[in-house]
Ligand binder design. Structure first.
Ligand SMILES: Nc1nc2c(ncn2[C@@H]2O[C@H](COP(=O)(O)OP(=O)(O)O)[C@@H](O)[C@H]2O)c(=O)[nH]1
Ligand SMILES: [Mg+2]
Length: 382
């Protein structure tokens, strides 16, 4: 083996030269040590090597974090952590793969210019829940926790507000208007509502004005999702207290079509509920049942193919595959009842959702479709 001239003269090189050879990977620290490099230089080069490795690690982990920013499914908790720990800065959201509006909203939030607070004043506990006013129709939003009931409500109210159709009532429950206003305001800023507190009901008295400017007086009710979970006693006296009145009803069954959410639990909960509704005469006052295939933006690709946004079959394959018992029971109840309530399926998505918290490209069309149907199925005060 020919002697290595570089190693033979090891103590004649400057530190810079020695560092460069290390960086290039031509020699290792052990090579230097074996060649008899002075101890003082060895100590310095060991520290240098450690720093280089540290830089490399930081670079790799930052690249990983940056790639997570481009994934809309990253959670907002993680995003906040990255910002808090200075792994990223607000400027990292200026990125071709992230919509501008998302970066702007996060900047405003971090600067304290907006907050996402939903006033607790607007929600009500089961005990405080007032008797629903008569002379109106009751619209129930039903679904497991996190299925997107509040977000759907926000989307509908926002669309009604934007299109100049929303009239605030609230003789019985003024505080529902605080909640309604928070929902609309948040969505207007591109923010999805904070989860409703456990055990809290939402009750909003609003009228919607149709194209002839006739008002449709509505009671909009979101029931806390955990009440419908089979682990709780479905249809306890508490729930029925609110459901049992003379008002005619429209039921919104909100399905979370996110493939990562348990579908069986949803379909059995809906099935149980139907039985309770039937036994208590609720279905005899029900004029329409809307099946909302929600979070349609996340639905598995196999169910997505359709010819156009307004196709009534959109989401039908999904529903038929996972909710067939529920569907058949629904049809049976309809056939056996006096009121032949309509059953209508709607795909729904609030828009492009980022970090579970923000919306870019608010989907107004899905909301407008449902509002149109609501005008057809609810009465107006002439
Ligand atoms: N991708 C997507 N996520 C949604 C949509 N609607 C709601 N979400 C997500 O689901 C979470 C729970 O929604 P929320 O309306 O609070 O559910 P609720 O408990 O049924 O009222 C939200 O924080 C969003 O992250 C949607 O249309 N698309
Ligand atoms: Mg909610």
């Amino acid at each position: 083996m020919t002697p290595d001239m570089f190693l033979l003269g090891i103590n004649e090189h400057t530190l810079e030269v020695l560092k460069n050879k290390l960086r290039e990977g031509r020699y290792t620290l052990s090579d230097y040590e074996r060649a008899g490099l002075s101890e003082s230089k060895l100590i310095e080069l060991t520290a240098f090597k450690r720093q280089e490795e540290e830089k490399e690690r930081a670079y790799k982990s930052r690249a990983q974090v940056i790639s997570k920013l481009s994934n809309p499914l990253t959670s907002f908790i993680d995003i906040n952590n990255y910002l808090d720990s200075s792994q990223i800065t607000i400027d990292d959201f200026i990125n071709d793969e992230i919509p501008d509006s998302i970066g702007k909203t996060i900047r405003k939030y971090r600067n304290g210019e907006i907050n996402f607070d939903i006033s607790n004043e607007g929600v009500t506990s089961s005990e405080d829940f007032p008797e629903l006013p008569s002379g109106r129709m009751d619209l129930y939003f039903i679904g497991l926790p996190s299925s997107g009931k509040s977000t759907l409500l926000a989307g509908l109210l926002h669309e009604a507000h934007k299109s100049g159709r929303l009239k605030v009532d609230g003789k019985v429950n003024w505080k529902g208007n605080i909640y309604s206003q928070d929902l609309i305001e948040n969505l207007n800023q591109g923010v999805i509502p904070e989860p409703t507190q456990t055990g809290r009901y939402i009750f909003i008295e609003s009228s919607l004005c149709d194209d002839n400017n006739e008002e449709h007086p509505l009671n909009l009710i979101e029931v806390p999702g955990e009440r419908w979970d089979a682990t709780n006693r479905v249809g306890s006296a508490d729930e029925l207290k609110h459901l049992k009145n003379e008002n005619q009803k429209v039921m919104f069954f909100v399905i979370d079509a996110n493939p990562n959410r348990p579908v069986i639990k949803q379909s059995t909960a809906f099935n149980n509920l139907l039985t309770v509704f039937k036994e208590n005469g609720v279905l005899d006052q029900t004029l329409a049942v809307y099946i909302i295939v929600n979070k349609f933006d996340l639905i598995d690709d196999q169910y997505r193919s359709y010819s156009g946004e307004l196709d009534p079959c959109v989401g039908l394959n999904y529903f038929n595959e996972h909710f067939l018992s529920f569907k058949n029971n629904l049809i049976t109840h309809r056939e056996n009842g006096d009121l032949k309530f309509e059953i209508i399926l709607f795909p729904y998505s609030i828009g492009d959702v980022w970090y579970g918290k923000f919306v870019s490209k608010l989907n107004r069309l899905h909301a407008a479709n449902i509002l149109n149907q609501m005008f057809a199925d609810t009465f107006s005060n002439r």
